[in-house]
Design a protein around this ligand. Structure first.
Ligand SMILES: NC(=O)c1ccc[n+]([C@@H]2O[C@H](COP(=O)([O-])OP(=O)(O)OC[C@H]3O[C@@H](n4cnc5c(N)ncnc54)[C@H](OP(=O)(O)O)[C@@H]3O)[C@@H](O)[C@H]2O)c1
Length: 601
């Protein structure tokens, strides 16, 4: 029997027994608890997986704090398995799934784009949630040792546009488990960058981070920002950015000067400028080398959003990665006055300027109003001739809602719940207010055009967080906005095929039983980096990644195996300049007598 099958058979046997997991058990209540998978889940309707471990994500904090009021946690939950940055081994899978015992996989985190019952995936508008890995299930989460996933979830997740639920890992050479576990944030950042758009000199959409661009990461010492920079750095030399600006606390920026990633970018000719976020001249520091074409937010605050809008180059893109914890914060966008030679020209220009993505989770866009959507005209009272020019230029397939007098159109409706394209006439405060009043009624992916412009609108961050957010469009718009992506399986598959090394970011490791010590320590000190929990090495105490910290922990350890594991890994860290590696993991696994999963054949 191949070693991989032997190990998965051992794990399958263990999965029937009581095992450990980290569970959210109430608002602000996180516990390491024993649990067991119900025997009926060991059937042809379920896939059983063993977790190799999980990386901590800052977003977990929100679910821990909010518990059942979180959009992804079921209203009646009592125990939710935490963890969505995980690597798992399949230990039992029915043939129809195409998975085999021993396969190493990433699990796609987003499972539904509509509110459903997480057990049945049946639509439930009133009580349903948006189920996802690590937030919605008792029997599935990166931080429980064994997991059960219903087979029907595979087809459901695909139907929701998220791709394959399981992404088999194709390459485990020269990579650590902790690096592999970055697949989810990798896909999130990769997808985020894929959805970025600007326009080229012909007015065509230019997707992604443009070559030789000036980039700014505000709150850029964030873990996600560093993952994003790592992805940007994968470009060929000739496509690298010309400038990367990073703001953060002085303490973390000083640490960053020594990061290999930063040194290598500088060696490759990229100007990397680190700017103290408390510098009173931060805006001039962020613009003195030229305004950035792309700005990512990595911390949700009005100050930081104001910096983004103050520095962005005309025609650039602000990626609202951080989103908003506070619904009141957002982005001020000044919109220029617009005047065409005729109403016909104006309608043609504004309708062409509207744009929408081709489909759910598709980053490509097409110009024009949504073909079968609802168009709303605001501020057109008394301007029937102007409105008629629009109506004449629109496809017959759209429905129209307007506030003017009689016009000649067959597809007028009184109102709609959501609007796909909104044209706002008028300027100044009245136009800005019309936008504010109607922002909540914008459909996901809606386009808003200010046909007179000459106003400053406030785009609320809460409504602009996901890729499908609405867009402010038109020749008078100064810059564009995109936002975070829901990690897509195709982007996780990229990491599965050719994993990117994130070992330099791994700053702490722990076994499952002591995971809460790691979480408390990270919460309290907000250090830079990634923190990995080994599910297969439950007794490993929380330890920072340095030879000295491992040696110190070894002295305190009271069981022989743990002492040996820590000392052996310390020796590896000593040789490798205190950087995490597969060799350090091998040393830990060997001392605990557990086969290292990435070496199994
Ligand atoms: N797909 C998604 O939607 C998704 C996924 C993951 C994360 N996120 C969001 O992305 C953001 C970054 O996540 P992360 O996990 O990388 O977080 P993180 O590592 O905790 O980093 C947050 C950063 O914010 C900075 N910061 C703290 N206080 C600040 C302040 N008052 N002003 C400006 N910056 C401040 C900190 O830098 P200094 O200590 O150097 O100041 C820190 O590096 C978060 O808002 C998170 O919710 C979104």
């Amino acid at each position: 029997m191949a070693k991989k099958q032997e190990r998965s058979a051992e794990l399958l046997a263990a999965s029937h027994a009581t095992h450990n997991g980290v569970f959210i058990t109430g608002a602000s209540s996180l516990e390491v608890k024993e649990d067991v998978l119900p025997s009926e889940l060991f059937s042809d309707d379920y896939i059983i997986c063993a977790s190799l471990g999980n990386c901590r994500c800052a977003s977990d904090g929100k679910a821990i704090k909010q518990f059942t009021s979180h959009a992804r946690v079921p209203n009646d939950a009592t125990q939710v398995a935490l963890g969505h940055e995980t690597v798992q081994m399949v230990v039992q899978a029915p043939e129809v799934t195409g998975l085999q015992a021993g396969d190493l996989v990433f699990v796609t985190p987003g499972h539904s784009a509509q509110p459903v019952n997480p057990d049945t995936f049946e639509l439930d508008i009133d009580n349903g949630i948006l189920p996802s890995l690590g937030y919605s299930y008792r029997y599935l989460g990166g931080l429980r040792q064994f997991n059960a996933v219903p087979v029907k979830a595979i087809a459901y997740v695909k139907s929701q546009g998220f791709g394959n639920l399981f992404n088999p890992i194709k390459n485990t050479q020269n990579i650590s488990i902790a690096s592999l576990a970055h697949a989810e944030p990798y896909a999130c950042c990769y997808g985020t960058n894929k959805h970025l758009f600007t326009f080229d000199s012909n007015g065509d959409f230019l997707y992604g981070v443009p070559a030789k661009a000036r980039l700014a990461y505000l709150g850029g010492t964030a873990r996600m920002a560093m993952i994003n920079v790592t992805i940007v750095a994968e470009a060929a030399d000739e496509d690298l950015p010309e400038l990367i600006l990073i703001t953060g606390s002085k303490r973390k920026l000083e640490e960053m000067e020594d990061f290999l990633l930063i040194k290598q970018l500088r060696d490759r000719g990229v100007q990397v400028v680190l700017i103290d976020r408390s510098d009173p001249d931060i805006v001039s520091k962020l613009t003195e080398h030229g305004r950035p074409h792309i700005v990512w937010t990595n911390f949700a605050s009005q100050d930081l959003y104001d910096q983004a809008t103050a520095i962005i180059e005309r025609g650039g893109n602000i990626n609202n990665y951080a989103g908003a914890s506070d619904p009141a914060i957002g982005f001020s966008m000044p919109i220029d006055a617009f005047k065409a030679d005729s109403f016909t020209d104006e309608a043609k220009t504004m309708i062409h300027a509207a744009h929408h993505t081709l489909g759910l989770n598709d980053f490509k866009r097409e110009s024009g109003v949504k073909k079968d959507g609802v168009c709303r005209f605001i501020g057109f009272a008394g301007q029937e001739e102007r409105l008629q020019a629009y109506v004449d230029a629109l496809p017959d397939s759209v429905q129209i809602v307007h506030d003017a007098g009689d016009i000649n159109a067959s597809n007028i409706i009184a109102e709609a719940e959501r609007y796909d394209d909104v044209f706002i006439a008028g300027s100044g405060d009245a136009a800005a207010q019309a936008y504010a009043d109607n922002e909540e009624a914008l459909a996901r992916g809606a386009a808003v055009m200010f046909v007179d412009g000459d106003c400053t609108i406030f785009v609320r961050s809460r409504l602009s967080h996901y890729t499908t957010r609405h867009q402010i469009c038109g020749p008078n718009v100064p810059w564009f906005m995109t936002n975070t992506s829901e990690p897509h399986a195709d982007d996780m598959a990229l990491h599965a095929a050719k994993p990117t090394n994130f070992d330099w970011m791994v700053r702490g490791v722990v076994g499952l039983k002591d995971a809460l010590s790691m979480m408390d320590a990270v919460e309290a000190a907000a250090p830079f980096g990634s923190f990995f929990t080994f599910a297969e090495l439950p007794n490993l105490p929380y330890v920072e990644v340095s030879a000295q910290a491992f040696k110190d922990a070894a002295e305190k350890a009271d069981d022989g195996q743990t002492k040996q594991a820590l000392n052996d890994a310390a020796a590896v860290l000593e040789k490798e300049n205190d950087t995490w590696s597969a060799s350090a993991e091998r040393a830990l696994y060997a001392a605990y007598g557990v086969p290292y999963p990435l070496d199994l054949e």
